[in-house]
Design a binder for this molecule. Structure first.
Ligand SMILES: NC(=O)c1ccc[n+]([C@@H]2O[C@H](COP(=O)([O-])OP(=O)(O)OC[C@H]3O[C@@H](n4cnc5c(N)ncnc54)[C@H](OP(=O)(O)O)[C@@H]3O)[C@@H](O)[C@H]2O)c1
Length: 261
């Protein structure tokens, strides 16, 4: 069977760009970007390590509107304060949302539409779930397997189903749908509930591209790199940082330990 784009892309990922960076560099400094105005971004999973970082970066780049959506209102309010401190002109909306619920994501779409007169430039699906890493499927929890699919895969469908129409209806909008994925998906052979649900998410985003690229929508899955977060503290034990421990997850030929160096 021919590899899907996500599989062949992963194999070639070390050659994806000519230069590999291990620290931020000027070309990706959000302060150096001037986004068009208006420019409205909705971040599902808009708090925490990656979500907070995305929100702060869009504030620095001059977004005019940011919707921060997740289940924990108090933490979203903290991120909203940080965003307002960075850019007092940005309009920030906090929306409680559980991405596993179609009704909750529909409500998010209505809130977004009402707050920004129907404008939406970018959807970022950053929410993610993982139970503890294990190399043995017998030891994996059925509840973790189900929850991973509900958050990572079905949740991404809900976001596309409810928010793509706003992207399409925004005249001269950026029209971007971005899902935060993981390089664990194509590279390791344990931790199946996380990797398989994120692989399904990546294939789903490829299909969005197949369906919507001709209508000007940019659809992409992004690997954020390793982040210290609530998510990683819960899913990855401290031994994760030791090469011998992580090797048990790597199929022959793959060396994930290099990415942790
Ligand atoms: N950490 C890493 O090393 C790493 C590596 C590769 C990929 N990633 C990916 O990066 C993304 C962000 O993770 P992180 O490390 O930044 O973790 P984090 O700080 O714990 O953030 C997780 C985010 O997901 C949200 N979320 C979880 N369940 C949700 C639900 N049912 N509905 C709506 N939002 C939900 C959380 O908000 P609430 O809990 O308030 O809902 C929070 O905003 C995830 O997709 C993860 O798979 C992380």
């Amino acid at each position: 069977m021919a590899p899907t784009p996500s599989q062949s892309n992963a194999q070639a990922c070390r050659e994806f760009v000519p230069t590999l960076h291990t620290t931020p560099y000027p070309a990706i400094d959000p302060s150096a970007v001037r986004l068009p105005c208006p420019y409205v971004v909705c971040i599902v999973g808009g708090r925490g390590a990656a979500g907070g970082g995305l929100a702060r970066s869009y504030a620095r780049a001059g977004a005019s509107g940011i919707i921060l959506a997740a289940r924990t209102r108090s933490a979203l309010e903290d991120t909203a304060s940080e965003v307002r401190n960075i850019n007092p002109t940005v309009k920030v909306i906090v929306a409680e949302c559980d991405i596993t619920s179609a009704a909750s994501v529909e409500a998010l779409a209505s809130t977004t539409k009402a707050a920004f007169d129907g404008r939406l430039d970018v959807v970022l699906v950053n929410s993610g779930y993982s139970g503890p890493m294990t190399a043995d499927v017998v030891q994996e929890s059925p509840i973790d397997f189900r929850t991973a699919f509900e958050v990572n895969t079905i949740g991404t469908f809900h976001a596309a189903h409810c928010l793509l129409p706003l992207l399409l209806d925004t005249e001269s909008g950026a029209k971007a749908f971005v899902a935060i994925s993981s390089m664990a998906t194509p590279t390791i052979s344990g931790h199946t509930h996380y990797c398989v649900s994120k692989a399904a998410q990546a294939r789903f985003v490829e299909m969005l591209h197949e369906q919507y690229a001709s209508r000007g929508v940019f659809c992409v899955s992004v690997h954020p790199g390793g982040l210290k977060s609530e998510f990683s503290e819960k899913s990855m034990p401290k031994q994760f940082h030791h090469r011998e421990w992580i090797r048990q997850f790597c199929p022959e030929g793959a060396d994930l330990t290099q990415t942790l160096a």
